[in-house]
Design a protein around this ligand. Structure first.
Ligand code: HPA
Length: 269
């Protein structure tokens, strides 16, 4: 993907919207409910945006939504692109680059994840404090797009400290079960074997999922302060393992959704 292709997507959107977004939001599996809180001004199907990949997973509806949330202009992705769908990492992260060109100053991301930390329970929230990237490709591979940032961005604070602290204190005031932890991303689409879950715990992860890290790496390169949060949808701890279906993952995500929606809206404010 070239800078010009990315700019074409952004210019198309800029020509159709009347307020530039200040915050970008990417919503995970079963977590689209925040959209209902947005006073929607414009909706674009991904298929109508030049150079945008089209979402294929049925549980995602594939729309870019512009509107007002908590008094801020936001742009929200309803449905993200996953590596396991067959997109390359440039495609997976294109929307974040486009949002940056639209003018966003903060990025907020949610996802569904398996809980590796034995103290976690289903439908708990986990603020991502750090990550381990086990995805087989990196979105920054290839010729560096210097217009977006440096070749070798550092990752010492990939997740904005102020936003993390704010989220933790907001949630605690409301008695929402919340943790801060390390997220590890794997390619999927299969879930992990018991031996793999054990390995992921040993290397230092608290939750495992199949998304978010590519977007965060690209956001970091562009110096875009980012907040990311997981909803724990299944327990990946010896003694608590059981067969998991997508329906159960979505049901667990939806149980956490009212708290998560409230929290994200407060953060946007
Ligand atoms: N593993 C990987 N990704 C996931 C899981 C899991 O157990 N649960 C939700 N997303």
């Amino acid at each position: 993907m070239t800078f010009e292709q990315i700019k074409t997507s952004a210019d198309f959107l800029l020509s159709k919207i009347d307020q530039k977004p200040q915050v970008g939001i990417i919503l995970g599996t079963g977590l689209g409910g925040l959209i209902q809180e947005i006073d929607i001004k414009h909706t674009f199907n991904y298929s109508d945006i030049p150079n945008f990949p089209v979402s294929t997973v049925e549980s995602h509806s594939g729309k870019l939504i512009f509107g007002l949330l908590g008094g801020k202009n936001v742009v929200a992705m309803q449905g993200r692109f996953h590596y396991y769908e067959g997109y390359n990492m440039q495609q997976v992260t294109l929307p974040v680059r486009v949002m940056k060109l639209l003018g966003i100053e903060k990025l907020i991301v949610s996802n569904a994840a398996g809980g590796l930390n034995p103290s976690y329970e289903i439908s708990d929230l986990m603020v991502i404090g750090d990550h381990i990237n086990l995805l087989p490709e990196n979105p920054l591979t290839g010729k560096n797009l210097d217009a977006f940032g440096v070749r070798f961005p550092d990752m010492l604070e990939a997740y904005d400290k102020n936003l993390r602290e704010k989220a933790l204190s907001l949630a605690k005031e409301k008695n929402i079960r919340i943790h801060e932890g390390v997220y590890v991303a794997v390619s999927g689409p299969n879930l992990e074997t018991p031996a793999e879950y054990k390995f992921l715990r040993i290397i230092g992860a608290d939750a495992v999922g199949m998304s978010t890290i590519p977007e965060v790496i690209v956001a970091r390169q562009m110096n875009l302060p980012t907040f990311a949060i997981s909803v724990i949808t299944d327990l990946c701890v010896e003694g608590k393992l059981k067969h998991v279906t997508l329906e159960e993952v979505i049901a667990a995500a939806q149980r956490a959704e009212p708290s998560l929606t409230w929290l994200m809206k407060e953060l946007v404010k």
